[in-house]
Design a protein around this ligand. Sequence first.
Ligand SMILES: *[C@@H]1O[C@H](CO)[C@@H](O)[C@H](O)[C@H]1NC(C)=O
Ligand SMILES: *[C@@H]1O[C@H](CO)[C@@H](O)[C@H](O)[C@H]1NC(C)=O
Ligand SMILES: *[C@@H]1O[C@H](CO)[C@@H](O)[C@H](O)[C@H]1NC(C)=O
Ligand SMILES: *[C@@H]1O[C@H](CO)[C@@H](O)[C@H](O)[C@H]1NC(C)=O
Length: 254
Amino acid sequence: MALTLWIFLAFKVLGASSEVRQFFLKQASGQDCQTLQLGESWISESPITCLIESMSNYSENCQAVVYNSQTGNCRPGSVAFGPIEKVTTSIPETGSSDKLYYVRQPIPPCNTSNNFALYDVCGTSACLYLSTSKANNYSDARTLCSQMNSTLFVGTTMAKFSLFWYTTKIYMKDNTFIGLQDIDVEGNFVWENGEPLSFEQYQYFWHFGQPDNYGKNQDCAVAQHAKTPNEFGFDDGYCFKFKKKYVCERCEQC
Ligand SMILES: *[C@@H]1O[C@H](CO)[C@@H](O)[C@H](O)[C@H]1NC(C)=O
Ligand SMILES: *[C@@H]1O[C@H](CO)[C@@H](O)[C@H](O)[C@H]1NC(C)=O
Ligand SMILES: *[C@@H]1O[C@H](CO)[C@@H](O)[C@H](O)[C@H]1NC(C)=O
Ligand SMILES: *[C@@H]1O[C@H](CO)[C@@H](O)[C@H](O)[C@H]1NC(C)=O
């Protein structure tokens, strides 16, 4: 578990915006959260000065820093996410004594009717329903979400994709649909909001050897937490055939 050390900060962002922004900074290790390094490091006095300097150097793109209190080394990072295999440029490296400090992202509104709730991974939150029963197929899962004024989960950013993976791994422990499929055009994976799976995400998203369209019939992305527990990455699974759990998201911006 991440250390529950929260530092509350409010300061003026230097430069473009004079708005006072509020941040929650949370400390974590490389086993809990990672980030992508935005540029060269420098020496700074504390995690807080490290963050302020990073925000000044990198403006809106800097949502995390990695700071070493022994050496004062300050590394600017982008948004924090849970540990993802294949992300070779991520920091802090597993086993290092560097600590990640991330900025909590804006918390979206969450109408909790139908058992929706907010879930958080490394400072990114979403309003989710984690199904307790299994849908017969992808199209039924889509309908079930829609009947609750929501959609199947859309994970178009690294942080949101990671939020889905770790939430389903920890709380569901079962094979689970995410809102991504290539039913219409084989090989063209499309999120439920119509966006294609980006090339960058394609590299991180899949389990080794996937997607393989096994039997020319696998068109739905599935987190196989029951079939292959403790293995990272999505499988292109059957949209029908085996019943699966699903995650719905209520999101005004999705
Ligand atoms: C960022 O800011 C720090 C301290 O303010 C400075 O030492 C460093 O060189 C800057 N780095 C870049 C890449 O701008
Ligand atoms: C939440 O959703 C329910 C069902 O759609 C609705 O009846 C209720 O008014 C909503 N609550 C808020 C605060 O919007
Ligand atoms: C999904 O399952 C339902 C039964 O729950 C069935 O009526 C429907 O035809 C199936 N859809 C697809 C695309 O297989
Ligand atoms: C969905 O939203 C609409 C309008 O926003 C509302 O009238 C309806 O009651 C909601 N349904 C559910 C199941 O939350």
